[in-house]
Structures are given as C-alpha cells and as structure tokens.
Ligand binder design. Structure first.
Ligand code: 5GP
Ligand code: ZN
Length: 142
C-alpha cells in the first residue's frame, strides 16, 4: 500500500533498525519504545486487521515474536515480555498495517498496563460465551 509507513519500511524507502526478515514477515525496533528493544513484527503483505492475515503468516509472526521475546528477556535488566496487538482505533491502533508488539519487561521498569477487572452480572458470562461460540463456529467455517 503506497501511503503506508510500514509498507515503506519493508520496501526500504524509510530506514528501520531491522531485527529479522523472511519471505513472510519483517521485524524491527519500535521508534518510541516502552523499553529499549521493543520490537514490531509485521506481515510483509499489507493487512489493516490481524484477522485478515493468512494463518501461516500469523503463525510465523507469533512464532518469531515469542522467540524475540525470549531473547529480549535474557538481555540485561529484562526478565519477561508482553506480546501486544491493537486491532482498530478504539483499541489503540495508530498504524493501520497490522503489527505485533514484543515488549521486553523488567520488574523495576515502572510500566503498568491500565488493566481493569469488571464483574459479570449473574448469567451474563454464559450468555456472552454462548453467543461468541455460536458466531465463531460459523466464522471459522466460512
Ligand atoms: P500501534 O499504536 O498502532 O499499535 O503502534 C504503532 C507503533 O509504531 C508505535 O509504537 C510507534 O512508536 C511505532 N512507529 C510509528 N511510526 C514508526 C516509524 O516510522 N518507525 C518505527 N520504527 N516505528 C514506528
Ligand atoms: Zn502497509
């Protein structure tokens, strides 16, 4: 896609600190990291939504991302990592070329996810699970 910043990075039109590349994916350092080493793993083909990424490419992204995470984890002050993917503006997606964040984490890194924990009213959990399960079965059969 011609006006996509990540497509331009893959094409070498915008410089990037490359970590890894193969025929399906490209991985490079995020320019504004949560911690140093924060990496983005992207499909070479332009897809806005993660759901549009073919299964073999998505599988490769996850496989490589988790291995980058293990490597980052072994580096100096880190002892853990997060994988993060924002799909859609409301979820925080800013660059509309699907990407998986690999974020190295340390116990003392002073970063916290703002993660709330709601409670389901009686019966709501089973209702939502049933509804998702039914729709998912149809979706996966498409
Ligand atoms: P999002 O918020 O869409 O999940 O994440 C987009 C990420 O891309 C951000 O963390 C941002 O720092 C990173 N980013 C945006 N533009 C560039 C760029 O030109 N080069 C690199 N390396 N990272 C970028
Ligand atoms: Zn793109």
């Amino acid at each position: 896609m011609s006006d996509c910043i990540f497509c331009k990075i893959i094409a070498g039109q915008i410089p990037s600190a490359k970590i890894y590349e193969d025929e399906l994916i490209y991985a490079f350092l995020d320019i504004s990291p949560i911690n140093f080493g924060h990496t983005l793993v992207i499909p070479k083909e332009h897809h806005q939504s993660a759901a549009a990424i073919p299964e073999n490419v998505a599988g490769r992204m996850f496989h490589v991302a988790s291995r980058i995470g293990i490597l980052l984890k072994r580096m100096e002050e880190f002892d853990a990592y997060n994988l993060h993917l924002a799909d859609g503006t409301a979820a925080g997606q800013v660059v509309m070329h699907a990407h998986l964040h690999v974020i190295p984490r340390g116990a003392e890194d002073n970063f916290r996810w703002n993660w709330r924990q709601l409670n389901y009213p009686e019966g709501k959990m089973a209702e939502i699970a049933g509804s998702i399960a039914e729709k998912l079965q149809k979706k996966l059969a498409e």
